[in-house]
Design a protein around this ligand. Sequence first.
Ligand code: SF4
Length: 117
Amino acid sequence: MIIRHFLTKVILMTNLTRRSVLSAGAAVCAASVIPSKLIAQELPMIEASDPLAIALGYHADATAVDPQKYPKRPANAPQFCSNCTLYIAENDKVGKCTAIPGKLVAAEAWCNAWIKA
Ligand code: SF4
């Protein structure tokens, strides 16, 4: 009832036809049910060969980090991208990292810039 009243007012206040207003409303409703993942451009995963990944000591599998080479992460330390303060989860597997713009990182990854969240 409220929507009908609103549409009637819009039609009276403008030169729009009832059909064009309803078409626009239908388009807005359809767009609102499209998952945001389909609208947003997917970011690529960072590759191990990426110069920034190399510079940060990024490892897609944190458990494979050599503690001799990276003493900041002792063996079995509970340090992962998913609990780093720079991590912004996209889902339970990947997320964005504020230190690595334009790329996704794995939730189970780690790098030498890790900061406890
Ligand atoms: S800064 Fe944090 S979130 Fe980013 S890659 Fe390193 S450990 Fe992962």
